[in-house]
Write a protein that binds this ligand. Structure first.
Ligand SMILES: [Cu+2]
Length: 110
């Protein structure tokens, strides 16, 4: 529990530093860079609907410092696992939630 709290506190501290960054005043730069960098491409390899788990082959997750690989993720996006089938292409954002890596955003990719 302590580790979880310190992780959250650290995340908040990093967010608080953001407005002081040199590019903070450059609003156009922000609007373009943030959403595009957030999502990573993945392909659905396996679905566990009961456990709300997805096995994805994914590209590099820059926010987690993780290279591309195939792995299972817990999904915290309501209804997302139910809508998918093996072979679907997705775009997603994974992040630490309570000390484990969880998919927090997920959308279909064409
Ligand atoms: Cu991975």
């Amino acid at each position: 529990m302590k580790r979880v709290l310190s992780r959250i506190a650290m995340g908040s501290a990093l967010l608080c530093l953001f407005p002081a960054a040199p590019y903070a005043a450059d609003h156009d730069h922000h609007a373009m860079a943030a959403p595009a960098a957030a999502l990573t491409d993945g392909v659905v390899k396996k679905i566990d609907k009961a456990g709300s788990m997805l096995t994805l082959t994914h590209g590099p997750l820059e926010n987690l410092g993780m290279p591309g690989m195939t792995m299972a993720f817990k999904v915290q996006v309501p209804g997302a696992v139910e809508r998918l089938k093996v072979g679907d292409k997705v775009r997603f954002l994974a992040d630490y939630v309570g000390g484990e890596i969880v998919i927090v955003r997920l959308e279909a990719a064409k």
